[in-house]
Structures are given as structure tokens and as C-alpha cells.
Design a protein. Sequence first.
Lengths: 137, 131
Amino acid sequence: MEHPNATKMRKTVAAFMAGDLPLMLEAFAPDVVWYAPGHTPASGTFRGLDGVRRFFTLLDDASAGSIRVEIEDILAGDRYVTMFLTITARRHEERMSVLVAQFAEADEHGRWSRGWFLPDKLDEWDRFFAAANSGRH
Amino acid sequence: MLEHRNVSMIRGALEVYNSGDHDAMRPFLADDVLWHVGGNHAMSGDYVGVEAVIDYFRRVRKETAGTLQVTPAEILANDRHASMFMRVSAYRDVRWMDVLLAEALTLDPNGRWTEYWALANDQDAVDAFWS
């Protein structure tokens, strides 16, 4: 039987793919901290629900809504969850496909309180998302 | 519940790593292992193959005078993937680093590591440490 945190994370991803960011954000703690590597507007430390909303909006906007997330695997425990995601996107003739390890830590209420978002091919990720509109985290 | 064999294997690898006997890390690494070191510092880059990765481990140990230690907060694994939440601490001359790394691994059918990548909760501190 799947760990409850794995099921919860699948629902979080499904909400993102459905474009339902308010539903997605219900799974996060108000003081969530989100780490994303690289050198793009979608890189750095994003804080709070507004920060997480901004991170995912940047991804969606920069890919002109083409971003697709497939869950390859989920590893889950009572406190930590890691998803391995194949993420693809295209913009005009440019295409991107990376394996992302998405780590999350749950707080005492089971909400995602900290996350690490790690593409394996960071150069490819940077090239694609460098065009994202910048703004405050 | 019994621990997955790949979790046990990783615990063993981390003990070997902390001992400084990096040649003994070979059984845990696939021949064509790809090791990504992120950030913007002297160690950043991709290391390909067992020899390159072992050499990277040696460089880290030399630069930190053997003080770098890894302590797992959590290890999750199944047959194909593993992840670790790892406290990493080290001295380098007068600099001190103490960060929490989220680390991802892909595994071959024998549990050997085929790809590694990671991100710290304070990447600026890691960059400053290695600068």
C-alpha cells in the first residue's frame, strides 16, 4: 500500500497539471521555503505561499503552458518525500526534457514546509527557463 | 518493517565515505556513474566514471583536511531510485560549512549509483565555502 505522503504528493502534482494552483497550494504550509537551483528567474529561494505560487507560475508562463510533468517514481516516509519527475516543455522550436528530483519535507500538520527542486540537467533547464519573466521571489 | 536493501547499502557507503577510504567506494558506483556537483565554485561540474568520482572525493577530503562528514537525516530508496537528506559539515582553513543537502540517486539493478545530483538548503554558503 502506498504511503499517505506519496498519495498526497500525487494530488499536489495533479492539481498543478490541472492548472488549479489554489488547490495545489492547500497542500503547503504558510511559511513554506522552496529551493530551486540555477540561474533563471525561477531560481533561488522562494518563501511562503506567494513564493511557491510565483515559482510555478514562472514555469508555466515560460513554457507557454506546454510544461508536462510525469511521475516516474515516489519515495515516501513520514517526514520526507521524493518524487522523480520527467518534465518536458517546448517553446517555439526549443524543447526541454529533464529528470527532476522533487524533495519535500512535511510539517507536523502534514503540509509541505520545505522543498528542493533539482533538475539533473541544470544547463538545459537554465537555457530553457532563462526567458522566464523576472520578478521578486 | 525491514529496511530496503538499497537503504542498507547506502548506509554502508556513507560509513565508508566518512572513513576516508575512498577506494572502498568503488563497489557502490556504476562504471559509468555521472556525478553532478551544482553551484558556482571550484568543485562544480560533472564527473563521469568511477575514477573521476573517486578523484573528486579525494580532492574534497584533501581540501577539507579530512573534516568533511556526512550524516543522513533520512534515506529513502527502492529498486531504481534513492534520495537522502544529508547534513554535511566541514572545515576548510578558517571556513566552516554546515548545510542540509537534498540528494538524488538513480540506481542500477545491483544497487550501484548511476547518477547523483544535489541541492543545499543554503547554496550560497556552499559556494562561499569552496570559493
